[in-house]
Design a protein around this ligand. Structure first.
Ligand code: NAP
Length: 300
């Protein structure tokens, strides 16, 4: 039995679908407010909890061989840093503890690439702390450090570009990005359950195509079918704005940490990833073109 946490999310949904098609038995552990309808037709078992009811958590862990934690606070919707500790830290901590108690074999966790560059970015610090907990836990683990998801490019940045024709970003024109497709990342996650090369490993994952942000601007223009503009906000300006926000809100949102997370590009060497997961990755460019063709986009 595979216990999935975060399975109503973009990545989690795909992982559940792939696990079921690979004939794994899947149990999804959701918070009480999650929309179960997303998962109802998948055939996965669903348990809802506040993650504090230990009896229910013990029930959720019954017969579990592997835990897959792809859950994460959505910073765009819940930007206050204090929520990160009660969600991302506390829930993953509890999951690792329960996994040990129930002699779970494997724990798969999705983390961030570039933790070292984040400085004071608290979400990144928490991911690193969970990685460290897994390393000392004695559990078998696979941590996938994700650069950026193709869906985030199309759904977050892309939706703003589609609506307004422009979007401000903190990255520099020649910094590089290599977004990974959801299906490729889901393949790595499901494969790591039984892949000995992924055992006790922290693996950096990225897409096979690398673009500068200037090239990305052209990709979006071609895919949308109209010239769009990325507005490159200088780092100094971004840091000044972040400093003002942090000062006025007593660091409620850790805005300077966020700025540090969104600078410096987002790409990595995928030699190890390719060696571990024998995967023929899809093309981000083709994904983006398909995305706009299928979404019937019109610029206002
Ligand atoms: N997106 C990126 O570019 C990117 C980059 C690097 C790493 N990652 C990592 O990749 C993983 C998957 O990302 P994603 O894009 O699939 O995220 P997502 O779409 O925002 O999904 C987040 C999931 O976490 C659940 N969740 C949030 N807070 C929770 C809580 N307190 N208790 C229980 N469940 C909670 C959500 O449930 P509800 O349905 O109830 O909201 C949802 O299922 C995350 O670990 C993320 O940090 C993403």
């Amino acid at each position: 039995m595979i216990l999935c946490v975060g399975s109503t999310g973009l990545l989690g949904r795909k992982v559940v679908k792939d696990l079921i098609s690979r004939k794994f038995k899947v149990r999804c552990l959701l918070r009480n407010s999650s929309k179960t309808s997303i998962l109802e037709k998948t055939g996965a078992e669903i348990i809802q909890t506040d993650f504090k009811n230990m009896e229910l958590l013990d029930r959720a862990f019954k017969g579990v061989d592997t835990v897959i934690s792809t859950f994460s606070t959505n910073i765009a919707k819940q930007p206050e840093t204090k929520g990160l500790w009660s969600n991302d830290y506390q829930i993953n901590f509890e999951l690792i503890k329960k996994a040990k108690e129930h002699r779970v074999r494997k724990f798969v966790f999705t983390s961030y690439w570039g933790l070292a560059k984040f400085g004071a970015f608290e979400h990144g610090m928490i991911k690193k702390m969970i990685e460290d907990l897994l390393i000392i836990s004695g559990l078998d683990y696979t941590v996938l450090r994700i650069t950026s998801l193709a869906t985030d490019m199309s759904l977050l940045l892309g939706s703003s570009l589609k609506k307004r024709g422009f979007a401000p970003i903190i990255m520099k024109k020649l910094e590089r990005i290599s977004p990974i497709l959801l299906e490729d990342l889901s393949f790595c996650i499901t494969d790591s359950i039984q892949n000995p090369k992924a055992s006790k490993s922290i693996i950096e994952v990225a897409g096979k195509e690398e673009y500068t942000f200037l090239e990305l601007q052209n990709l979006f223009s071609d895919a949308i079918g109209k010239n769009i503009h990325l507005i490159f906000v200088p780092l100094l300006i971004a840091n000044i704005i972040a400093y003002i926000i942090d000062s006025l809100t007593v660091n409620k949102y850790n805005a300077r940490g966020l700025v540090s997370a969104f600078t410096g590009g987002s790409t990595c060497d995928i030699t190890t990833m390719n060696d571990i997961f024998r995967l023929d990755q899809g093309s981000f460019k083709a994904y983006l073109t398909d995305h706009y063709k299928n979404s019937n986009c019109t610029l206002g």
